[in-house]
Write a protein that binds this ligand. Sequence first.
Ligand SMILES: Cc1cc2nc3c(=O)[nH]c(=O)nc-3n(C[C@H](O)[C@H](O)[C@H](O)COP(=O)(O)OP(=O)(O)OC[C@H]3O[C@@H](n4cnc5c(N)ncnc54)[C@H](O)[C@@H]3O)c2cc1C
Length: 444
Amino acid sequence: MVLGAGLAGLLTARVLAEHFPRVTVLDRDELPETGPAFRPGVPQSRHAHILWSRGIEVMERLLPGTTAELTGAGAALLESPRDLLWLSPADWFQPVPGARVLIAGRELLDWMVCRAVRRDRRIEVLGGRFVTGLVAGPDGRSVTGVTLRDRPPLAARLVVDATGRTSRAPAWLAALGYPAPEVTRYDSHLGYSSRVYALPAAPGTAGSRLQGRTDSPRGGVLVPLEDGRWLATLVGNGEHAPPTKDPEFLEFTRTLRSPALYEAIRDGEPLTEPTGFRATANEWRHYERMDRWPDGLLVVGDAACRFNPVYGHGMTVAATAAHALDQALAGLPARRIPAECRALQRRTVAAADVAWQIATSEDLRYPWTEGPPPDRATRILQRYMSRVMAGANTDPALSSAFFGVLSLSTPPAALLTPGTVLRVLSKWRLPTAPDAPPYPAHTP
Ligand SMILES: Cc1cc2nc3c(=O)[nH]c(=O)nc-3n(C[C@H](O)[C@H](O)[C@H](O)COP(=O)(O)OP(=O)(O)OC[C@H]3O[C@@H](n4cnc5c(N)ncnc54)[C@H](O)[C@@H]3O)c2cc1C
């Protein structure tokens, strides 16, 4: 039984269907039947979502043909930074290949993935089921089902919590007598504000991304949606959080490090009001470190570990964790799976390691970030990564290596091979943060 029909829950259900005769996914929301629709349980769908190449690869492996279905419905499969005008903290990236990225409205993505999962007759996805707690076996050492609001409890041999960032697993475990998990948290107080536009003319690139940096902690992205609409998502830390009102939303885009986004949307017609989002802290609930763990329970996706979304990793990590679970279950008979949950929890959450390192070390560049202070290794990593990024702006080989890691397709060690280190060192004189990077000509 999988709790939550977000990306983590759906891909996990697909993996479990190879091991159990029947998998049931429960979601608190009524799930759309005929096409993409907003769901209150996934409020982040109002904001730009990108799926990096590693996430695309795993989704395709688990649900073959989904990428083509998505692009057929209007999602954009792009090469970053070639197809995206991208201002890094140092400078503009050259339009060279780097990593594949899928850009789709989050509602479209969820609906299509859910539809693909539902084609598997072993999986049932049920909406309108609000889970309120876990049921324990008579020994108290195993989870044997869930309780629901306004419905009778349901039994299951394995329960997977994929209820996202609002997961109540710590309280549910406490009710069974388990201690709270250790939590590591870094909060750079990043705020989001997004709105959908109709643009009078395509902006000349397939999308754009303007990153902030410590001396100018404001940024934004403009990405295409299906049906020719565009989604502008603005971000800023602390007092720089983007406004959720008119005309301040547009005014904010004039204060970014480049006028590219302002120029792209200023003559556009806003189709929605701006919507904000503030709970963007990185938070790792270390269930994998708990001394005692019940049989028959796993916690996956944002429910276990969530990231500052500005690095675009949550969905890709949800996919790689499902892949890790798939590998860990290979050869394990279904009857033994509940008893192996402690080890499985460790294996699946390890998929979050690299994204966690990227998000927290980048957030720690901002002096106001709350959380354990950076150690020496993190500070060295930050300095090296500033150089990598400055070099990657102009050197296609470095750009490719950088995007390979950012997309979670290649391990970070790829940035430390002797060849790459030499390339980085050869660019040591490049400024890591020029004052006013010139705005490059669009080359659609
Ligand atoms: C503003 C923002 C922007 C983001 N941008 C990106 C991006 O560009 N790229 C990227 O990869 N990731 C991004 N993310 C992260 C991404 O949204 C998540 O990591 C991803 O959705 C995986 O989450 P999940 O499946 O664990 O949870 P969710 O997608 O949040 O799904 C949780 C599900 O559980 C259901 N649920 C909750 N409580 C209950 C309950 N009690 N009973 C039953 N069902 C319940 C909800 O209805 C929902 O369907 C972003 C996040 C935010 C907040």
